[in-house]
Design a protein around this ligand. Structure first.
Ligand SMILES: Cc1ncc(COP(=O)(O)O)c(C=O)c1O
Length: 335
């Protein structure tokens, strides 16, 4: 299959860039030092490549991801790094056969885990991101509560999501240390041997965690690309120019329903200037001195945020030059 055979918009991954990213991460955080977060790619074939690179324990954000990993034979040790109160869904995660550990941060989530037959949990600690996680001062009490209802507490997790994207490395270092001081303090009261934290932006900074939950590093996006992390852009959306306007602009079939836009506009691989995206369209103009776009021409759109971009697509095509080497289903979508 050739690149020209793909219907657009199509999610494409450069094989060499993906291999570079997987290899670089496996060298930096070998084996179980990395617990890859599958929410970034939602693809069991890509997770299998991460397992081949040595990382056999995974992080998930949804029950669907847990169940899919287990079905694909990747359920050796899956952390559902998210709060779930839906007992029905939690039972499906338990029934998947994965070794399952669930994040809990309240009496309610502990009760739901126990009722659903979950056996192992981590106490999720808020280390500065206004999202999930208990007050660090409450972590010991919640651990005791979990043990009282029969759950094994493996340790703590605390995602420093407010730090991972800071452009200044010195600020990332300083704020990761501050966040991890909170997490280690909570760990002292919780016990267990897992301290799970970190993301792509702090993968080589967070030496306090026993395991790092990075996910974006495999495919990358322009937001993380600006941080100079040593990973390269592997992901793009292939699009077709469908109209050329008389005012110097062109339009392709890759709108915000094919792109995660919460980190801003995408960029064009050829240096073209993006004007804006609407539902099904991207409007742009040629780079300075570049020829006008032609109707039917293919372009490569590079998203600013990998996770939501992937979640819009059914297939992830691995490409090498003009060849489509493999097409992988994005099979962990949904909840
Ligand atoms: C709980 C959790 N851990 C880790 C990550 C790290 O992901 P990334 O590789 O995108 O920094 C995320 C991303 O949002 C997350 O939600």
């Amino acid at each position: 299959v050739k690149l020209t055979d793909l219907g657009t918009p199509a999610l494409v991954v450069e094989q060499a860039a993906l291999t570079h990213n997987l290899t670089a991460m496996a060298a930096a955080l070998p084996g179980e030092r990395l617990r890859p977060h599958v929410k970034a790619h939602k693809c069991t074939r890509l997770a299998a490549a991460q397992a081949e690179a040595g990382h056999r324990h995974f992080t998930a954000a949804t029950v669907r991801e847990v169940v899919g990993l287990a079905r694909a034979g990747l359920g050796e040790d899956v952390l559902l790094a998210n709060e779930v109160v839906d007992r029905h869904r939690l039972r499906a995660a338990v029934a998947s056969g994965a070794r399952l550990t669930v994040a809990v941060d309240s009496e309610e989530t502990i009760a739901a885990a126990a009722a659903a037959g979950v056996r192992e949990v981590l106490i999720d600690v808020n280390v500065g991101l206004p999202r999930c996680g208990c007050d660090p001062a409450d972590a010991g009490r919640l651990a005791e509560r979990a043990r009282t209802v029969g759950l094994a507490v493996r340790g703590v997790m605390g995602y420093e999501g407010h730090v991972v994207g800071l452009p200044d490395r010195a600020a990332r270092v300083e704020q990761t240390e501050a966040a991890m001081r909170l997490l280690l303090d909570a760990h002292g009261r919780v016990g267990g041997d897992v301290v799970s934290a970190g993301g792509t932006g702090t993968y080589d900074i967070n030496t306090w965690a026993t395991e790092v939950q990075a996910g974006s590093y495999a495919l990358m996006d322009t937001a993380y690309g600006e941080l100079g992390l040593g990973f390269v852009a592997a992901l793009g959306v292939l699009a077709t120019v469908i109209s050329v306007g008389s005012g110097g602009w062109a339009v392709a079939d890759c709108g915000l329903k094919a792109l995660g836009m919460d980190h801003g506009n995408p960029t064009l691989a050829d240096g073209g200037v993006v004007w804006y995206c609407s539902d099904e369209h991207i409007t742009f103009s040629p780079a300075d001195g570049a020829p006008a776009y032609r109707v039917g021409q293919r372009i490569r759109v590079v998203p600013a945020h990998v996770d939501p971009t992937v979640a819009y697509h059914e297939w992830l095509h691995v490409v090498d030059g003009d060849d489509v080497v493999e097409s992988w289903p994005v099979d962990l979508r949904g909840w």
